[in-house]
Design a protein around this ligand. Structure first.
Ligand code: HEC
Ligand SMILES: [Cu+2]
Length: 313
């Protein structure tokens, strides 16, 4: 994954439904282009027709009402329904062998659990999937309604409290795609994005092997201090780091936080500086975020803590 740690921030096309790199998004894009062309032709014919009538080049006939008012809409809308039904079936067809990834919408971030019935690896804000293998997103929310949308991958699906919606997907290219919450969910709704990293299947399997263990050890002394600050400052009340603190799930899992390309659910580049800024004042970066400010931490502690978090890859 090292080759692609660069985040999609400011990257043109990373969130474009018109540059599909997934089976679902490709089908939707095809339908969009087809519809635009078909109705473009009808529109041009209509303009010509109105022009011809107004210019007195056509004499009015009653059968036009039948043709233009009944036959044309029935045929064009009928064809449209046909194509969109086929597309809908394509993009909602679930593969029973697909890797299940449970994503829960939070305010304003994403809780991610890979293969909840088996592997059960918890992560957040960045989803790694293998290319050319089917996955099924199992979508849920424990607060308000959010909407899960990765335009390059497939269609959009609501995340509704008390209900599980499933969204199948399959990426056809490796790379980083950007996703965005697509349902107004509170003050920082526009700051609720995420990234999907698509890797080669072998690379995914290797990551799977690696990722389940404890978080990277804080072997160097300055990192050890950071780890202690993490525990002493009470961060485990909301955050887990595997092997360090079994914590609450009120905030994102931080076991590999420094390995994510972006901080704060797809919002800022991930590095020690942004991490320190976030810890000192999350509200300034994301109004309404459900994390208290730690601006009382002494400078050396904040530096040690942010260096430690940045090292967790
Ligand atoms: C009361 C619960 C709570 C406590 C305590 C808390 N956090 Fe958070 N933290 C959150 C929430 C909620 C978010 C997600 C905010 C968002 O993106 O909307 C978050 C996000 C983060 C992130 C960004 C993660 C990412 O994937 O981008 C980091 C880093 C972080 N917290 C570090 C800390 C540290 C370090 C401490 C202790 C000094 C701490 N947090 C204490 C709730 C908490
Ligand atoms: Cu949301």
């Amino acid at each position: 994954m090292s080759a692609e740690v660069q985040s999609t921030l400011g990257q043109y096309g990373a969130q474009s439904a018109l540059a599909p790199e997934g089976v679902g998004a490709t089908a939707i894009n095809g339908l969009t282009i087809g519809m635009t062309l078909a109705f473009g032709v009808i529109f041009v014919l209509l303009v010509l027709f109105v022009w011809a009538v107004l210019a007195g080049r056509l004499a009015a006939k009653t059968w036009w009402i039948w043709a233009g008012g009944i036959v044309l809409p029935l045929v064009s809308v009928g064809i449209l329904i046909g194509f969109s039904t086929v597309t809908l079936q394509q993009i909602t067809r679930e593969d029973p062998k697909a890797l299940v990834i449970e994503v829960t919408g939070k305010q304003f971030w994403w809780d991610v659990v890979y293969d909840p019935e088996g592997w059960a690896l918890r992560d957040a804000n960045e989803i790694i999937i293998p290319k050319d293998r089917p996955v099924t997103f199992r979508l849920n929310s424990d607060n308000v309604i959010h909407s899960f949308w990765v335009p390059k991958l497939t269609g959009k699906m609501d995340m509704i409290p008390g209900r599980v919606n499933t969204l199948p997907a399959m990426a056809t290219e490796t790379g980083r795609f950007r996703g965005q919450c697509a349902e107004f969910c509170g003050l920082s709704h526009p700051k609720m994005a995420f990234e999907v990293l698509v890797v080669e299947p072998e690379e995914f399997d290797a990551w799977m092997q690696r990722a389940s263990g404890e978080a990277r050890d804080a072997a160097r002394s300055e990192l050890t201090r950071g780890r202690d600050v993490f525990v002493e400052a009470g961060c485990p009340a909301c955050h887990e780091i595997r092997g360090v603190a079994k914590g609450g799930d009120l905030g994102p899992d931080l076991s590999r936080v420094g390995g994510r390309a972006s901080l704060g659910a797809g919002m800022w580049p991930m590095n020690q500086g942004t991490l320190a800024g976030w810890i000192a004042d999350p509200q300034a970066m994301k109004p309404g975020a459900k994390m208290p400010a730690y601006n009382h931490l002494p400078g050396p502690d904040l530096r040690a803590l942010s260096a430690y978090l940045a090292s967790l890859k």
